[in-house]
Design a protein around this ligand. Structure first.
Ligand code: GLC
Ligand code: MG
Length: 557
């Protein structure tokens, strides 16, 4: 179990398995490494860079979508769940990547996008000509519009990317017709999970990739598959985070109870396979008790801890979220997970440079208030070192081990996230965290690929973050992560238990296994206990005192 507080009455035994303590590294294929010089990362590029992950000390990879797709939402609009987009390679390249990862002891989790297909999927292409009331349309959520001419959408739901969540189609006879639901882009029609064909199809897709050897699935928008049957209006602004406070009604499109039986069925399927195959929920669900329902013993194995990602950089907020997270997952016997960055949020090296209490920004661009870059990186390093000492599993996003900031001066014309257009240019969106990785300071595209091409322009200052400028350099962010992962492994921190040593207004301190951890959130330096052995620190100490915004790992003699 994770906490001392709840040790007396565990509801189920502690779970074991590689995933309970793994460090899982997220690869965003279009931005990791480009083998053919077209400016878009690809699967052979990833395979060629696998040794980086071994050197870093990661245990597993989560690969964002690489399936055939019109790329309306960077691949989260899947046209064929059983193949590879030519942009990224061929199916044989996926097989090779899985085999090469396994040969290095790295597990491989792939992304599964079950809430919606692409509008280019053969099912959607068949639904349009088949017309209202057809079995083909019943795989999606088609409805007649409101008003005498049906020219008003069936309800008031908004798309997460902005604009209405409904698009009207033209019927085969050329007249304006029904509307279809898309909680995201119009190129991402929502599937109807009450249709048994949809359920059968995804069981088969799971088998397809399990048979190819993947170790699990990260399940996209896991809280969205079932909608409240009456599709009731929801007057609130649409957000992917359902914001379910216990006493507030749940939004009719998120976290409906019906999703759980889907995951129980998937779990039974995974359990038929050998090895330890896992399901990870991307579920923007609050509070932690609701999220814990996704990781009950017969459902998924893990869920991303977005409450942790969203917590402010204060001792009180961090104490509260860590405690709540451990308690909530303890009640269902699941391991806790931790995450600070991914392909949907402003990178934490920049986010933490914003004034404390700033609401989660949806991208940062020219003309927006710019974070304090130095402070952001300093806090990001302290936050990462704090996170990597916590029991449970940790998710890293490619580039955070280099201390990469968000690209915050990206020209708006270069933006590709549908959010920018659909929000009427009010939300900049997620491109700034998706810029291709700098590997070599002096190479074209900083070593991202063999040419200068890069699907999003890389900032000129990227050279100083390049891997080859940090490798072997004491104090670099890369070496900070590498040492942290090595020590985390040596001391078994991922499978340890957390004991609070102190939780004040400015300082948090806990022990996990034989490692003690202290983070100073205050302005004044805090002395370490006398006679301790410092194992690791996110910045140089000030004699034996821990300066502001620094995390230190130490051992008492
Ligand atoms: C998830 C993905 C995000 C995508 C959305 C729709 O939130 O992480 O990138 O846009 O689902 O598939
Ligand atoms: Mg390429």
């Amino acid at each position: 179990m994770n906490t001392n507080a709840t040790q007396q009455e565990p509801s189920v035994g502690p779970t074991t398995g590689w995933w309970t303590e793994a460090v899982i590294y997220q690869i965003y294929p279009r931005s990791f490494a480009d083998s053919d010089g077209d400016g878009i990362g690809d699967l052979p590029g990833i395979t060629a860079r696998l040794d980086h992950l071994v050197e870093l000390g990661a245990d597993a990879i989560w690969l964002s979508p690489f399936y055939p797709s019109p790329q309306a939402d960077a691949g989260y609009d899947v046209a064929d769940y059983r193949d590879v987009d030519p942009l990224f390679g061929r199916l044989a390249d996926a097989d090779r990547l899985i085999a090469e990862a396994h040969a290095r002891g790295l597990r491989m989790i792939v992304d599964l996008v079950p809430n919606h297909t692409s509008s280019a999927h053969r099912w959607f292409a068949a639904a349009l000509p088949a017309g209202p009331g057809s079995p083909e349309r019943s795989r999606y959520v088609f409805r007649d519009g409101l008003g005498p001419d049906g020219d008003r959408p069936p309800n008031d739901w908004r798309s997460v990317f902005g604009g209405p969540a409904w698009t009207r189609v033209t019927e085969p006879d050329g007249r304006p017709g029904q509307w279809y639901l898309h909680l995201f882009d119009p190129g991402q029609p929502d599937l109807n999970w009450d249709n048994p064909q949809v359920r059968a199809e995804f069981l088969d897709v799971l088998r397809f990739w399990l048979d190819r050897g993947v170790d699990g699935f990260r399940v996209d928008v896991a809280h969205g598959l079932i909608k409240q049957a009456d599709l009731a209006d929801w007057q609130e602004p649409q957000q992917i985070l359902s914001g379910n406070e216990v006493d507030k009604p749940r939004p009719p499109m998120w976290d409906q109870d019906g999703v759980h039986e889907i995951y129980r069925e998937w779990r039974r399927l995974l359990d038929e396979y050998d090895g330890e195959r896992v399901l990870v929920a991307e579920a923007w669900v609050e509070p932690a008790e609701r999220l814990a329902r996704y990781v009950r013993p017969d459902e998924m194995h893990q869920a991303f801890n977005f409450e942790y990602l969203l917590a402010s950089w204060t001792a009180a907020a961090q104490y509260a979220v860590i405690t709540r997270s451990l308690e909530a997952t303890d009640t269902v016997g699941a391991p806790t997970t931790w995450v600070l960055s991914n392909h949907d949020v402003v990178r934490h090296a920049s986010r933490l440079g914003l004034p404390i209490g700033t609401p989660k920004p949806n991208g940062i661009g020219i003309g927006d208030a710019q974070p304090n870059a130095t402070l952001g990186l300093r806090r990001a390093r302290a936050a990462s070192l704090l996170m990597l000492a916590l029991p449970g599993s940790a998710y890293l996003f490619q580039g955070e081990e280099l201390g990469l900031p968000e690209h915050m001066t990206l020209a708006d014309e270069a933006r590709q996230d549908p959010t920018w257009e659909r929000s009427g240019h009010t939300e900049r969106g997620r491109d700034g965290c998706r810029v291709p990785i700098p590997w070599e300071a002096d190479a074209p595209s900083y070593g991202f690929g063999p040419t200068d091409a890069s699907w999003l322009p890389q900032p000129a200052m990227w050279a100083e973050y390049a891997l080859d400028r940090q490798r072997g350099v004491p104090g670099s962010t890369y070496e900070l992560y590498r040492t942290a992962l090595r020590l985390r492994h040596e001391h078994g921190l991922g499978r340890g238990s957390l004991y609070w040593l102190s939780a004040g207004d400015e300082v948090l301190s806990f022990r996990n296994a034989e490692v003690s951890v202290l983070t100073n959130f205050g302005a004044a330096a805090v002395p370490l206990p006398a006679g301790v052995e410092v194992l690791h620190a996110s910045a140089p100490l000030d004699d034996d005192a821990v300066p502001s915004d620094v995390t230190v790992w130490f051992r008492t003699a």
